[in-house]
Design a protein around this ligand. Sequence first.
Ligand code: NAD
Length: 505
Amino acid sequence: MAKADSRERRSHAAALTGTEMGTLPLTPAEQIAEVFDHARDIQRRWEETSFATRRDLMLRFHDLLLEEREAMLDLIQWETAKSRASAFEEVADVAINARFYARTARSALGDRRVPGAVPLLTTATVSYHPKGVIAVISPWNYPLTLTASDALAAIMAGNAIVIKPDSLTPYTALAVKVLLERAGFPRDLFQIVLGAGSTLGNPMIDASDYVMFTGSSATGAAIAERAGRNLIGVSAELGGKNPMIVRADAPIAKTAAGAVKACFSNSGQLCISIERIYVHTDIWDAFVPELVRRVEKLKVRASMDWEADMGPLIGESQFKKVSEHVDEAVSKGARILAGGKPVPEAGPFGFSPTLLTDVTEEMEVFGNETFGPVVSLYRVESDAEAIAAANATPYGLNASVWTSDLREGERVAKQIRSGMVNVNDGYAALWGSIKAPSGGVKQSGLSHRHGIEGIRKYTDIQVTATQRIMPVMAPRFMSEKAWSRLLTGFVRVQRALPGILFGEK
Ligand code: NAD
């Protein structure tokens, strides 16, 4: 007879409808070490597979995900209540990541020859070995993207994954596991543990070889501290208070449309969405009414069709935080230009897309992340003032600059202390540029996802240097002094000759 499962179970309600989706067992903290031991057994075999095998499996996963996209969209919508269009961004993003790392893992991680200490006599080879078992800890706002994309790169690098999705979104993570295993990846190469971060976080960090965390800056700091104790690496994609600069020459309609997407995609529950807009005084009177007009037209609905522009917020605590930010700002003198109130037709957690002005430093919305559909507009006199205001934050995740002069836009962009800056776009231009690394600076993150950086971080670098004919040391017939003179001459010759002869370019 099968042993009864004594684990505590948690029932889970769909954010979209409030109806129960099912109950799932929570992972006891004492079981975490066992889960990682199992992952280690699987990983040892997985790292022996060729890049070609990994690529074929990953492309199969890509195809399955697209075949099952309607079911995945349903699931993401049930769990998060986001609009179908926002859910689709996740499916597209994961497919792009799967394709990119399937095709590029070999070139990013294959052995690489570099010139050695003494040309011709020394050869050096750089190898990238998988770290082992990666702990992935992810938030609820993009449950497919932030569960799968980072894990796919780690898997392509030869690692096994133990993931803890947010307690609000376990089912999307389970669907990823099912699709990976249907694609032919080894069973349990991707394992899921369920429970509170406060109980599972430390045992996971202690048992892992590297931590990939996405979430708030406060949790990121606690995780990095724990990982630091164990001297393991952390990739942390954290919070932001992302600014948009609307220059005096910005095209009004195009910029207003871009701002709507940048601020209200996924109901503003997007780490890279815009929460502050600095508008040049010369176009304030034309731009602001145009933006208000477009925001007031947005349809907020809890529906599974493609018609809603915005879904409700994911749940009560988000709704409370968003309402409190708006109410507090208004009580201290902020003015509502659009929205600012619940949308009960979209369910108990529907909230209207909100534009505020006259926001001042003592208000929460001024400097703290709302992580919802609330945006503050500020009038500025110059690019310099806008840049200074954009930079006056402990965060540095994403930023956006709008202009008719692309060269000037890029000049302004370079002066913003932010890991990501989009010119004439809110976030999609950069996020979709998968070959480029994306990540935050200051309190917005450590390390990067995407690009070569997004896969090499999951590896340990080993260098093998092979010396031919004679070792790099004074030969027996030569004194150390004579050897030092010879070496000095050699170093001088290297300095005098073109660097390209020594692989220095
Ligand atoms: P959060 O930090 O509260 O939770 C994120 C995850 O960490 C959850 O799985 C949670 O269970 C876990 N966790 C909580 N405490 C933990 C602990 N002590 N040890 C280990 N794990 C722990 O974040 P949230 O409020 O759920 O998510 C929203 C935040 O995430 C926002 O700040 C947002 O900007 C940020 N975010 C950043 C990115 C990015 O790529 N930069 C993407 C999405 C969200």
